[in-house]
Design a protein around this ligand. Sequence first.
Ligand code: MN
Length: 516
Amino acid sequence: MSDKVVIFDTTLRDGEQTPGASLNVDEKLQIAQSLERLNVDVIEAGFPFASRGDFEAVRAVAREIRTPQIAGLARAYEKDIDACWEAVREATQPRIHTFISTSDIHLKYQMKKSREEVLEMAVAAVKHAAGYTSNVEFSAMDASRSDLAYVAQVFTAVIDAGAKTLNFPDTVGYGIPEEFGAKIKYLMEHIPNIHKAVISVHCHNDLGLAVANTLAAIANGARQVEVTINGIGERAGNASMEEVVMALATRKDLFSYYTDIVTQYIFPTSRLVSKLTGVVVQPNKAIVGANAFAHESGIHQDAVLKEASTFEIMTPTAVGIKKSTLPLGKLSGRHAFKKKLQEMGHYLNDDELNRVFFQFKDLADRKKTVFDEDLVSLVETEVIYKSVPEHFRLLELVVLTGTTVKPNANIKMEVGGEVKSFSTFGDGPIDATFRAITHLAQSKCKLLKFVVSSITGGTEALGEVSVRLEEEGQIVTGQGVDPDVVTASARAYINGLNRLKFSKEMGPKKGKPEEL
Ligand code: MN
């Protein structure tokens, strides 16, 4: 058996099922490009039958991303599989991923079907998919709570029907490493035609064991793992790619398995996913959290300075975390600027580069030192957040506030090409600003969340604002960056309004599938 572990990234499918993490086509493409640089083997780009937006996104990823295989998810129905094939067919190596539940509890309460009926449906679905491509994956939903002998029976039958990858998901995050590993071992030993297929696992983190279960599965014969960046996904999320990959890479003494991931792209990808989904990475998150490589204890600090391996089992640079060394100044040239951005994992086209460079010059005029983090923010503002059409655009903002005046905001905005102004009071400067924007945009949205953070530190740091907005069931995240926190807030709010408008135009989701 090969020692290579296939990395199947489902950030764009399961990860996107994180509440409020909806991504549009452009955002999915940006993440897919980042995943391609990471060198993942398979990208699950979405669930094409779920909505027009999902379909378009999967098709766009299939058309543009050339190196990884591109998978789409489909329930075990012909119409799902047809839509899935239509969406992935233009990929270099398309994959259809079809699934059905195998646990008695799902069969009885959710599907109201017998084991025989489900077995028949699974075989029929795989045969239908295999009519389109030889690259078919089958998943037994809620496998970890299913009767193992029955799962083995279903897997044997679907291999005969043409499935090349068999996924054993811990859909509800119920598994315990030793037990979960033993289940994989059982499958390896009880499926007579297993040599024709690869066993995969898809672990959820409800008990905080997704990565541990995934590693246990690898040790027992699984050679594909379904993971997400930052571990995002339904409920407590999925096994985190960076943790699985770095565990294998760091403990080479223990594991003979390897992945093809280019680990230096882990951190830039983590940051991109966090920004676009609006799902913040906790500071103590392994590998990519802000504190993952911060040593607080004096004894540790002293030792790490003398010899990093005393308390560091891996280096920050191995996962693409760069020290803030830059200070790019006003006089830095365009070429050096481009090279710096590439080192940081941002590959921009000429038009994007020009826009960011212009903003960089502007920032360098206003701020003494421009740090790496500031550059990342500029890229995010100019390139990443502008991935939706700008129906609303901030032109001018004047705010009056203090201890002895009633806060007032005076705003000039472009609304669908028309310039409009409005002035109003509020409880504070941000409240006044948001009221004025709401009035001009004629919006009925609700502000669910408002987070201000500062990049780098010190009073001249850039303010970074994230808002979450909801209207008629659609939830979006808006982002804004500016040296002025009130302006950053206005940008974030307007960005959110543009996203709301855009996602309404993309049409509502038909509802997500039963979760894998
Ligand atoms: Mn899942």
